[in-house]
Write a protein that binds this ligand. Structure first.
Ligand code: SAM
Length: 237
């Protein structure tokens, strides 16, 4: 299903290494994504080259820009059908991955792919702002990741509370990331973060992408995250 040549090229561009078994696991995911999508809407992207570049190469790019030590504990916030969390987990099974989404429907699909690929992960059917208030999830992760979930000010409030001091929140954005980041400066520091690195690059075909890495430098004050309505109506400034 995946276009191996396109995937190899992307992996080479990002200067990362992925073994043959990882490609097989990613292929199982891609096959199941397109097959399941026939009866249950998981993605608007179904053509093999597009799936390879816009979903798989896009998510793998994270390894090219962020250093993820072995056995890192990561929470993928608003994972949907598993992007980027399931791609990262299947490429690097040493990662301890939690898949969080407020909508339960696609989480069953992720469980099915993990099982078919012989891997394990934690499935968390909760809204981020609710889970992040619970002690078992708050400031427990080395990294939080998110792709296509919300604009940066709200996204920081969803994600930074999960990250341990010394860890990072990694946001995967397209071209509009610049304006969002400019608006999120206040939110980042109120939540205990500091913008560490911003990488601009292109996927095959010239698609602009941005990876924003926010370091957690102090604990998030207990009043955050606020309730959903406040986060969306009054984004932190
Ligand atoms: N990250 C995936 C991707 O890149 O394909 C899914 C993106 S989809 C557009 C956004 C997902 O974020 C949805 O599955 C939605 O249920 C989830 N989501 C949005 N806000 C959320 C929140 N506050 N807590 C948990 N999940 C949330």
């Amino acid at each position: 299903m995946l276009n191996r040549d396109l995937l190899y090229k992307a992996v080479e561009n990002f200067n990362i290494e992925i073994d043959a078994r990882a490609y097989e696991r990613l292929d199982i995911f891609a096959e199941m994504l397109v097959e399941t999508n026939r009866s249950f809407n998981l993605t608007a992207i179904t053509q093999p080259d597009e799936v390879t570049v816009k979903h798989f190469a896009d998510c793998l790019s994270l390894f090219g820009f962020a250093d993820i030590p072995k056995n890192s504990k990561i929470i993928d916030v608003g994972t949907g059908a598993g992007f980027p969390g399931l791609v990262l987990k299947l490429a690097r099974p040493d990662i301890d991955m939690t898949f969080l989404d407020g909508t339960g429907k696609k989480l069953g699909f992720i469980s099915g792919v993990l099982e078919a690929a012989g891997e394990k992960g934690t499935i968390l059917h909760k809204r981020a702002e609710e889970a992040a208030r619970l002690p078992e999830y708050r400031e427990r992760y080395d990294f939080a990741t998110a792709r296509a979930v919300a604009a940066m000010p709200a996204l920081c409030e969803y994600c930074l509370p999960f990250v341990k001091k010394g860890g990072s929140f990694i946001a995967m954005k397209s071209a509009q990331g610049d304006e969002e980041l400019a608006l999120a400066g206040g939110a980042v520091s109120l939540l205990g973060g500091r913008t560490d690195k911003v990488f601009d690059f292109e996927l095959t075909g010239g698609l602009p992408r941005k990876i924003i890495i926010i370091k957690k430098i102090s604990q998030t004050p207990t009043k955050y995250p606020r309730a959903s309505a406040q986060i969306s109506k009054k984004p932190l400034k």
